[in-house]
Design a protein around this ligand. Structure first.
Ligand SMILES: Nc1ncnc2c1ncn2[C@@H]1O[C@H](COP(=O)(O)OP(=O)(O)OP(=O)(O)O)[C@@H](O)[C@H]1O
Ligand SMILES: [Mg+2]
Length: 431
C-alpha cells in the first residue's frame, strides 16, 4: 500500500523538497538530493584506521585459525622429527645379503641398495606422515571450531540478554549460572552495572516526579490568585495589565514545566506497548486541533492511511500533535499543511509538511535540541518553550524509529517520522 513516488514538480535546489501540488496528497515528499552522510555519532568505521584481515572475522573463526595454525606447526615439527629419527635408525641398520647373492662381495653395490632402500622408506614415511597430518589437521580444525563455539556460547548468551535488556528494561539481570569462572565474573560485573544504572534512573524518575509536584503547585496557586485578583471589578486598569502579563508568564512557565516533564518521561523506556495506527492518531490530533486550524485560515490536506506501530499511544499522540502544532504556528498567511500517514519505504510513517518562512538546511539538526529555535524566530520565544521537536525526537528514539526533516522549496519544512515495522507475533498479540 505504498503510495506512488512520482516526484514531478517545480525545479528545486538540492536538499529541498518541492511543495505538494494543490490537491495532491498521495505522494510522500522525498529529499531531492542524496541523504546526508551519517554523522560520527551514528557510529561507523573510523576513517584513516588501519584494518587488518582479522578485524573482520569472528572471534570463533579467529580462535579456530590460531588453533589450526598451532596444530599444523606442531604437526610439521613432529613429521620432521619423525623423519630424522627414522633416517637415523635406518642409517644405523646393518645390511647383509645372503652368501649366494651376486652382491655378497660387492660392498659398493650393497651400499647403493641400502641408500635406495632408506630413501624409499623415508619418502614413503614422509608421504604418509604428511597425508596423516593433513587429515588429522582438518579434523582438529573442525573440532577446534566446535570447541571454540562451545567456549564462546556463554558470551553469546550474555550478549543476547544484554541486548534485550538495553532495549527493554533495566530491571532484569543476566544472573548467569554455572561455574565461578571468567565468564561468570563478566556477567556478574554486568549485573552490578545494571543495578547501579537502574538505581540511578529510578532516582531520576522520582526526582522528576517530586520536582514536578513542587514546581506545579506554586504555579497553580499563582494562577488562581491572579485570576481572583483580575476578576475583582474594583481592580485598577494598571493592576489588570500587570495581572494579565503575570498570568501569561505563569502560563508559559506551566507549559515549560509540562514540556520538560514530558521530555523526561519520553526519554525513558516505554511503559506501555500496544498496537497503534498512526493514521488514527493523526486523525485524532487534527480533530483536537480543529479549532486552531480553523482560526489559522490555513489549507489542511490529509492523506491518512493505515500505519500500524507498536508503542505508547499517549506519547505517539503527543508526537504528532507537536508536529502539527509547529506546522500551524510556523506557517505563513494563506499557507498550507499536508499530513500523511502510511507506509514509507516499507516502514510505518507519518509526515507533516507545511509552508512557511525559509528554514536553512544547516539549521534543521539544531531545531531538535531543547530550547533551540530557527534563527529568524527569536521573537516567538515568549510563546513557545522550545521543546516540541526535542520531545518528538525522544519519543521516536523510545520507539526505535527515526525522524528526518527537510526544507521545503519556497519555505517551510517537511518532517517525516518512521517506525520499525510491527512484527507479526506482536501484531497478533495486540489484536
Ligand atoms: N514545521 C515547522 N516549520 C518551520 N519551522 C519550524 C517547524 N517546526 C519547528 N520549527 C522551528 O524549530 C523551532 C523548534 O521547534 P520546537 O517545536 O522544538 O519548539 P517550539 O515550537 O519553539 O516550542 P514548543 O513546541 O515547546 O511550544 C521552532 O522555534 C521553529 O523555529
Ligand atoms: Mg513546537
Amino acid at each position: 500500500m505504498t503510495p506512488p513516488d512520482g516526484e514531478s514538480g517545480p525545479a528545486v535546489s538540492p536538499g529541498e523538497v518541492a511543495p505538494t501540488p494543490p490537491g495532491d496528497t498521495g505522494t510522500w515528499r522525498r529529499l531531492s538530493s542524496a541523504q546526508p552522510a551519517p554523522s560520527a555519532a551514528a557510529g561507523g568505521p573510523v576513517a584513516g584506521g588501519v584494518h587488518r584481515f582479522t578485524d573482520n572475522i569472528s572471534l570463533r573463526a579467529r580462535l579456530t585459525l590460531i588453533y589450526g595454525m598451532l596444530f599444523f606447526a606442531a604437526g610439521s615439527f613432529l613429521v620432521l622429527l619423525n623423519y630424522i629419527i627414522v633416517a637415523g635408525l635406518l642409517d644405523n641398520l646393518t645390511f647383509t645379503v645372503a652368501p649366494d647373492s651376486p652382491y655378497y662381495d660387492d660392498p659398493t653395490a650393497l651400499e647403493n641398495i641400502k641408500n635406495t632402500y632408506i630413501e624409499t622408506v623415508l619418502a614413503e614415511v614422509t608421504r604418509f606422515s604428511v597425508i596423516a597430518l593433513v587429515i588429522v589437521g582438518l579434523l582438529a580444525v573442525g573440532l577446534g571450531y566446535f570447541v571454540a563455539g562451545r567456549a564462546l556460547s556463554p558470551l553469546h548468551k550474555i550478549t543476547r540478554i544484554a541486548r534485550r535488556l538495553s532495549e527493554r528494561s533495566l530491571h532484569e539481570r543476566i544472573a548467569l549460572g554455572g561455574p565461578d569462572d571468567e565468564i561468570r565474573e563478566l556477567a556478574d560485573t554486568f549485573d552490578g552495572m545494571l543495578e547501579r544504572l537502574d538505581r540511578a534512573f529510578d532516582g531520576q524518575r522520582r526526582f522528576v516526579a517530586n520536582a514536578s509536584h513542587e514546581l506545579r503547585t506554586p504555579l497553580a496557586i499563582n494562577r488562581t490568585l491572579l485570576e481572583v485578583a483580575l476578576s475583582d471589578p474594583e481592580a485598577s486598569a494598571d493592576l489588570k495589565t500587570v495581572g494579565r502579563t503575570l498570568l501569561e508568564t505563569n502560563a508559559r512557565h506551566e507549559r515549560l514545566i509540562d514540556g520538560l516533564l514530558f521530555l523526561a518521561k519520553s526519554d525513558r523506556e516505554l511503559d506501555v506497548r500496544t498496537q497503534v495506527d498512526l493514521g488514527e492518531v493523526a486523525e485524532t490530533v487534527l480533530s483536537q486541533l480543529s479549532e486552531d486550524v480553523e482560526k489559522s485560515g490555513l489549507t489542511v490536506r490529509t492523506d491518512l492511511r493505515a500505519a500500524p506501530v507498536t508503542g505508547d499511544p499517549v506519547l505517539l499522540e503527543r508526537l504528532v500533535a507537536n508536529l502539527v502544532e509547529n506546522a500551524l504556528r510556523y506557517n505563513v498567511a494563506e499557507g498550507e499543511i499536508t499530513v500523511r500517514s502510511g507506509s514509507y519505504e516499507d516502514s510505518p510513517a507519518v509526515q507533516v509538511e507545511n509552508s512557511g518562512p525559509v528554514v536553512p538546511g544547516y539549521e534543521i539538526e539544531g531545531l531538535f535540541e531543547p530550547f533551540r529555535r530557527a534563527s529568524g524566530d527569536r521573537v516567538r520565544s515568549g510563546r513557545s518553550a522550545g521543546l516540541g521537536l526535542s520531545i518528538v525526537r525522544s519519543v521516536v528514539r523510545a520507539h526505535g524509529g527515526t525522524v528526518s526533516a527537510w526544507p521545503r522549496a519556497g519555505g517551510g519544512l517537511v518532517v517525516t517520522v518512521r517506525f520499525p515495522r510491527v512484527r507479526r507475533e506482536s501484531a497478533a498479540a495486540g489484536r
